[in-house]
Design a binder for this molecule. Sequence first.
Ligand code: HEC
Length: 128
Amino acid sequence: MRFLTILLLFVLFLAACGGNATPTSTAPPTATLSPEAARGKTLFSQHCGACHSTMPDAVIVGPSLAGIAARAEARKPGQDGRTYLYTSILQPGDFLVDGYDNLMPATLGKQLTGEELDAVVAYLMTLP
Ligand code: HEC
């Protein structure tokens, strides 16, 4: 039993270290964003910024994503905001925002690694 406790503590220790040991961001994180969200912001400007602004009401090709964290919660009953965001990126045709065509590429899930996708969603969740 004691051995198990020590083992568990060791695993927790490793997990805690892992979070900080790997610098994943190339851009210096801004003060208010977590390193993951800061990386998401960079990825967003590379992969999404051509179609989506984060300024309120600024439509490029797609709708502005200002306030998306709150809106995502309300889009589909029974679906939480994060799930909605993952689905919007992986299967953009599943739910179309009123007044928009299905112009968002369905290939983003292949272009982004799972980790990059997590980072982009983490960033979107900072846009309250
Ligand atoms: C070629 C243009 C284009 C690109 C690139 C693009 N989108 Fe979109 N996006 C759209 C359009 C058009 C819509 C509205 C139609 C729909 O709902 O699919 C949309 C809708 C969305 C929505 C739903 C918004 C809402 O209010 O419910 C989210 C979230 C989203 N995009 C995120 C992203 C993210 C994240 C990326 C980059 C990884 C991205 N988009 C890249 C065009 C684009």
